[in-house]
Design a binder for this molecule. Structure first.
Ligand code: ADP
Ligand code: ZN
Length: 761
């Protein structure tokens, strides 16, 4: 059974007559829905989705009225009455109630907490009805097209202006201030220099004339077909899911924009989900310049007041389009007609704490409940999505060509086993940029074009190994190697953040230490050393420590003030830099060896995505892939531009080993202070599962209990159990047994259940 089919089974029952008993989700960490009685004076006021106050335990709690309830079994149960209804019109729209109920059930999380987590602060606490109700918003509007050289020394001002330009030339002050701390003051200074204007805009419903800008006159034939199909689907007003599989640079965003335009013309709202706003200002910019104040941008770190403001504007239907990250799947877009999930394969759609939801999957469920068209877009669709196409659940729309028939970049392999530079002595810091790669870089830079170097590891050296005893330097509280960060002159643990001075000698035997394993910092240093004239910057979590730095770096690269950008997967995202004609993958092998059944898929996705940054302008692109594993399946297939071949092979393998999409999984993860105690709890849970296993014919399997691939993080021992089965329904009874057993587990051992886990580490 698919997620959508399952969704239908938990739809709420709502009847017309005034309710006598009410089903309430209480915003406390307790499972299930609670039945309360409805005082006569409140019966006529109640509407599903309202916030209410209810007695709970010894006090009062915030609750959410979900609908009428049946009398619970038991003759003389005395039900407590609802105390107060907190609002006239419900905070939660009906389709969201159904979605949140589904999420609580599917991901096994308390419903009240799920609902509270989805609401902006201010609605999630029992506060007075004093709503922040600003119906005007201040917008900053850029009056120039680029950051003038005169601002070169005023970094913060230049960053604020760069952000504004990156998102389409105009944005609400709140948003700029979020991206660039202190931006209000900087924008004022910019205004006094005549570079920016701040204007007040009243939020109003409806498309405004003259807002539509930057629209290409002609769609490509493929865009036209995809767009037409989506228009027809929107016209039917029924749920229909699509995969938009379009190669990098094929113009997927334009298809989303046209679909949202059409939805708007039908009076319907749109929800656009993206992996990360700071890394994709271009998409936000294009939505904003096309729809102006019709768009609410929901980023991950909005301030409470802004979140509340956007929520209310969407809920009232004053703003009809929401562009946001994962959590925006819960945005209360009114009369939802369209949901887009851009880069639907991206792992960031899975939340990895509290409610462990997969926003792409929930988007499809929500589309079903709201009767909306759902478009999952990617150049490298997730195998789960592809399988849904094969099964006929999703319709396929393809864009096989780039815009303007620009060629796909040529992809060549550099076999590091032969080409690895070995000039000079064997030092502990052997170079990694091979002669062919350096030659290609010099040639590209010589033509005034730009280069991206990709390596998915930060730091300088990722392993420090003793030459005598062979012991590598590990974090004292995690089971991982320390990474050498030369710029900080320290070794750092990437899991817990522990840092210490670089040891000269092995801590065990005082032998000399070798520095192995290459990170982005070292690649940057090597580029600077080999091509001293190049203007080089590094983009990773160490250099882009704030949204301000990130925006400024991307903007400087776009303005071509930088020649070479070295970075982690942050450079592989949807950027559109027309000046980039060469992309180098420094080592394709880094993500292949990760003990995760998705390692090959993830490698293939990353390589294809980063390759897709090359040749997006008028000049053709070239990609060089350095590898020690030229025969590895994902590497070979990327070289051949063979997505279909890769997918087919990988799907066969997944089928043979019963991994998703051919099975459903749940992982049970344990973390504990004491190694022995943690192990014994893991074995105890394992026994409970084994004792309750359904007959073998059902096809449920338990893997583990086993020590997790990363055995220790922050001093805590980690174990895991993996359940695989044909459907979620087959797994549910076992997970319920585990949950029931948790009451007896000592509090020093933390156990979490993760349904449809993303990573296996
Ligand atoms: P994708 O997301 O598929 O990688 P984009 O949506 O970023 O591709 O589009 C690539 C580039 O092509 C963008 O600069 C975009 O503005 C441009 N573009 C898209 N559609 C058209 C079109 N029909 N005509 C001209 N340019 C287009
Ligand atoms: Zn650590």
């Amino acid at each position: 059974m698919s997620l959508q089919e399952q969704a239908a089974t938990v739809a709420p029952a709502v009847s017309a007559s005034p309710p006598v008993l009410a089903s309430i989700a209480v915003a406390r960490p307790v499972r299930g829905e609670f039945t309360y009685s409805v005082p006569e004076s409140l019966a006529s006021q109640l509407a599903p989705g309202q916030r209410v106050l209810v007695p709970f335990g010894r006090g009062t709690a915030l609750g959410f009225y979900l609908g009428p309830a049946a009398r619970p079994p038991g003759e003389n149960v005395r039900l407590k009455p609802i105390q107060r209804v907190l609002e006239d019109s419900p905070s939660l729209p009906k389709d969201l109630i159904a979605l949140l109920r589904f999420a609580a059930e599917h991901y096994r999380y308390p419903l009240g907490e799920v609902i509270r987590g989805s609401l902006p602060p201010g609605l999630s606490k029992p506060v007075d009805e004093k709503e922040a109700k600003p119906d005007v918003q201040h917008f900053a509007v850029a009056l120039v097209n680029e950051v003038p050289p005169s601002l070169a020394r005023a970094h913060a001002q230049s960053a604020a202006l760069a952000y504004l330009l990156a998102v389409g030339g105009s944005a609400p002050l709140e948003e700029v201030s979020h991206a660039i701390p202190g931006a209000r003051a900087h924008l004022k200074s910019l205004a006094s220099k005549g570079l920016v204007r701040v204007e007040e805009k009243k939020l109003e419903a409806g498309v405004k004339e003259g807002l539509i800008q930057g629209r290409p006159d002609r769609l490509t034939p493929e865009q036209d077909v995809a767009g037409g199909t989506l228009r027809e689907a929107l016209d039917t007003g029924a749920f229909q899911p699509f995969l938009l599989h379009g190669v990098t640079g094929s113009g997927k965003t334009e298809v989303y924009l046209r679909a949202a335009e059409h939805a708007l013309s039908l009076g319907k709202g749109s929800l656009i989900l993206v992996p990360e706003i700071a890394l994709t200002p271009q998409l936000v910019g294009r939505f904003r310049s096309r729809f102006g104040s019709e768009v609410a941008v929901l980023h991950s770190a909005l301030k409470d007041r802004e979140r509340l403001f956007h929520w209310q504007a969407l809920r009232k239907g004053e703003v009809k389009i929401a562009v946001g990250v994962r959590s925006a799947v819960f945005a209360p877009v009114e009369n939802l007609g369209l949901i887009v999930v851009d880069e639907e394969h991206d792992p960031s759609f899975k939340q990895d704490d509290s409610l462990r939801y997969q926003a792409r999957d929930l988007a499809v469920v929500r589309g079903k409940q709201a009767g909306a068209v759902v478009v999952l877009g990617s150049a490298t669709p997730a195998l789960e999505t592809l399988e849904n196409v094969k099964k006929g659940r999703y319709r396929l729309l393809e864009l096989k060509r780039r815009v303007d028939d620009r060629p796909m970049p040529t992809i060549e392999m550099v076999d590091l086993r032969q080409e690895r530079p070995r000039d000079g002595m064997m030092t502990d810091e052997a170079p990694i940029l091979s002669p062919p790669l350096l030659a290609a870089m010099e040639q590209t830079l010589g033509k005034g074009q730009q280069v991206i170097l990709f390596l998915n590891r930060r730091g300088h050296s990722t392993v420090l190994l003793c030459e005598v005893c062979g012991v590598s330097l590990k974090c004292t509280s995690c089971d991982v190697c320390m990474t050498h960060h030369r710029s900080q002159n320290r070794v750092v643990c990437h899991y817990c953040g522990l840092a210490m001075p670089v040891p000269d000698r092995c801590l065990e035997c005082t032998g000399p230490m070798l520095k192995l394993g290459i990170g982005t910092e070292r690649v940057e240093a090597e580029v600077l050393e080999r091509i001293p004239t190049a203007r080089v910057a590094r983009l990773d979590r160490d250099s882009a420590t704030s949204a301000e730095k990130l925006t400024e770096m991307l903007a400087a690269f776009a303005r071509r003030e930088l020649d070479v950008l070295v970075g982690t997967q942050m450079v592989a995202k949807g950027h559109d830099f027309p000046g980039v004609t060469l992309v180098c993958v420094v080592m394709a092998d880094t993500s292949l060896a990760i003990p995760d059944f998705r390692a090959a898929e993830r490698t293939f996705h990353l390589l294809t995505q980063v390759a897709g940054r090359a040749g997006r302008g008028k000049d053709p692109g070239r990609v060089l892939v350095q590898t020690y594993n030229p025969d590895a399946e994902p590497v070979k297939r990327v070289l051949a531009h063979d997505f279909d071949g890769f997918a087919q092979q990988e799907l066969e393998w997944r089928k043979a080993l019963a991994y998703p999409p051919f099975a459903r999984m749940a992982s049970i993860r344990l973390e504990g202070e004491h190694p022995e105690q943690t192990a014994s709890v893991a074995r105890h849970l394992g026994n409970i599962i084994s004792r309750n296993m359904p007959p073998a014919s059902v096809g449920v399997r338990l893997l583990g209990p086993a020590v997790a691939p990363i055995a220790k993080i922050r001093g805590k021992t980690r174990w895991q159990l993996l359940l695989k089965g044909p459907t979620h329904v087959a797994l549910a009874p076992l997970l319920a047994r585990v949950e029931a057993a948790l009451v007896d587990v000592p509090s020093a051992v933390k156990v979490v259940i993760d349904v449809d886990p993303g990573a296996m580490l």
